[in-house]
Design a protein around this ligand. Sequence first.
Ligand code: FES
Length: 153
Amino acid sequence: MAQEFDDSFKELEQSIMEDMKGVYSEKTIDHFLSPRNLGEIPAPDGFGRITGPCGDAMEIYLKVRDGRVINASFRTDGCGTTIASGSMVTEMAKEKSVLEAQKITQQDILDALGGLPEDSLHCALLAANTLKEAIKDYLAFKNESWKRAYRGR
Ligand code: FES
């Protein structure tokens, strides 16, 4: 009985994977199923939160040392492609200078993911905009870091 259940579960899993591969790139599926940098960074040097037009929100947390992003993480209540986009944008931002990270665009994320379906393009835009917001926050508090105590993060 348990074996039959295991077999039919594996079949179902395989068929879902086949369906996904017809729509999403392997990179996107990988970042969706095994998201990198998921979660909060305590006392971040930069924090951004944006709610996209679809109602999904993303948060990005940055740690910066000597003008370089040494750690980046994200959280989202969005769909699989939003998770993949947050995972990818935080991977791309890490080890870049703040100025380089600020230039990461929606298209850069789409290219790195191997593209997204038309109706998911805005997920990559949400990730790019949230990163920009986190960098803006970092730059705003850079010289007066004590003021971060008042922003609640
Ligand atoms: Fe809204 Fe992905 S569906 S960000």
